[in-house]
Design a protein around this ligand. Structure first.
Ligand code: PLP
Length: 449
């Protein structure tokens, strides 16, 4: 007799969720998956291939979640799966250094400093591998405080950098989706060390540095915000952040966990460099694509800053699973597979999908705008593109639930929140795009109702 183990794998989404609710808080292991802002029963996925995912009931969807970013080449890409198999056969992890970690770091650094859209000027000389984007940004902040001896952090409202204590104030992603200001369990003393200012606001930036400049360790920013929906930086804003930080002896941490290896081969930085608005980041964080779908993230910067990390320096960071051999193998396979043709294809695919969805919404008279950051986009139910979190929240959010469910019914899986970016992959071919466009009309009708 067992209390919890049924001995049978659930075969419907409803049964899976019912059982998950008993053994897992809210039935999920990451809040946005719970469908709280769109309603209904979450879909439990059993497999993925190319641009598609399949739920436990056997229903196939065109996937525009893309594992929240890592699935750049689509699901179960043969080269990535082969790399995983090969690495798994040699052992799952050793808790000691392995050569795959070195090879991945070399691959990443070459790509960022030598590849298309990259430059030696970028100043990423070393990389420390961790397991999640949360750890990467948390470590970046500790490093900035260790390097400057200062306590304060400046972050932007609506930006999400993972769920460490200092970074949940007015954060995007799940915090935005659930409509809460932050998280319980964070001491007022910790919260007071993070100053939150509006995004794309030069005056607020100048003011905060005029008031606290000599106590600010770092500014942290998403390279292009995509956790309150997509809200790109104004041209030159990232450069201004770097200049302001430097003028006051603070560091600029640019979070490329989402945009890294996606916006261009060299991330968002490559896009700005090409546009003539290149900026100097002191620390850059990576996640998602760098692990090829397994838990891996990284933190890069100049050697003089990275070398402050233990064992060379006084700033401590460690991880049992850091640089896991299977994850570095899948990450390397993903990066090797992401050649120029991928970066050529992604924006075109995204544009075709977004144009079709937008035309359908217009035909139904639904006020909306498509906001862009490279090949990433999201739809806002307001007539113009927002520049900050307050504007991103000022939209007909209530339209999204109906839109989301109509898409799902017509075989398209969207991120279950109006505040998340949509992800296309290199595997989204004409057939997948057509299926999305076929769902556009019914979804627009549902949003209009
Ligand atoms: N930074 C950004 C920009 C992100 O979008 C995310 C996650 O979505 C994170 C950090 C946190 O990464 P992880 O979920 O791997 O902890």
């Amino acid at each position: 007799m067992t209390r919890f183990i049924s001995g049978r794998t659930p075969t419907t989404n409803a049964e899976a969720f019912e059982r998950a609710l008993v053994v897992t808080p809210g039935g999920v292991n990451s809040p946005v998956r719970a469908f709280r802002s769109v309603g209904g029963t979450p879909v439990f996925l059993a497999s993925g291939h190319g641009p598609y995912v399949v739920d436990v009931e056997g229903t196939e969807y065109v996937d525009l979640v893309g594992q929240w970013g890592p699935a750049l080449l689509g699901h179960a890409h043969p080269d990535v799966i082969a790399a995983a198999h090969e690495a798994v056969a040699r052992g799952l992890g050793f808790g000691a250094s392995s050569t795959g970690e070195v090879e991945l770091a070399e691959l990443v650094l070459d790509r960022l400093t030598l590849g298309e859209g990259a430059s030696e000027r970028r100043g990423i000389e070393k990389l420390r591998l961790v397991s999640t984007g949360t750890e990467a940004t948390m470590t970046a902040i500790r490093l900035a405080r260790g390097a400057t001896g200062r306590p304060l952090l400046v972050k932007f409202a609506g930006h999400y950098h993972g769920h460490s204590d200092s970074l949940l104030s007015e954060a995007g992603s799940g915090i935005a989706t659930l409509g809460i200001p932050g998280s319980a369990g964070i001491t007022p003393e910790t919260a007071a060390q993070t100053i939150v200012i509006p995004y794309n606001d030069e005056d607020a930036l100048a003011e905060v540095f005029a008031l606290h400049g000599d106590r600010i360790a770092a500014i942290i920013t998403e390279a292009a915000a995509a956790n309150m929906g997509v809200v790109p930086p104004k041209p030159g804003f990232n450069r201004l952040l770097g200049e302001t930080a430097r003028a006051h002896g603070a560091l600029l941490i640019v979070d490329e966990v989402m945009t890294g290896f996606r916006s261009t081969a060299a991330g968002w930085w490559g896009l700005e460099e090409a546009a003539g608005s290149g900026y100097d980041a002191d620390l850059t964080t990576f996640g998602k694509i760098i692990g090829g779908g397994l838990p891996l993230a990284g933190l890069g910067g100049r050697a003089e800053i990275l070398d402050l990390l233990a064992p060379l320096g006084p700033v401590y960071q460690a991880g049992t699973l850091s640089g896991n051999p299977v994850a570095v193998a899948t990450g390397a396979a993903m990066l090797r597979g992401a050649g120029p043709e991928v970066y050529d294809r992604l924006p075109r695919t995204a544009r075709t999908i977004a144009d079709g969805l937008s035309a359908a919404l217009s035909a139904e008279g639904v006020a909306h705008t498509v906001a862009w950051a490279g090949s990433q986009f999201s739809i806002f139910f307001r007539p113009d593109a927002p520049q900050n979190y307050a504007e991103a929240q000022d939209q007909h959010t209530w339209r999204f639930g109906a839109y989301f469910h109509a898409m799902l019914e017509h075989g398209v899986s969207l991120p279950p929140s109006v505040y998340e970016a949509w992800f296309v992959s290199a595997a989204h071919d004409d057939a997948a795009i057509e299926r999305v466009l076929a769902a556009a009309g019914p979804a627009a009708k549902a949003a209009a109702a």
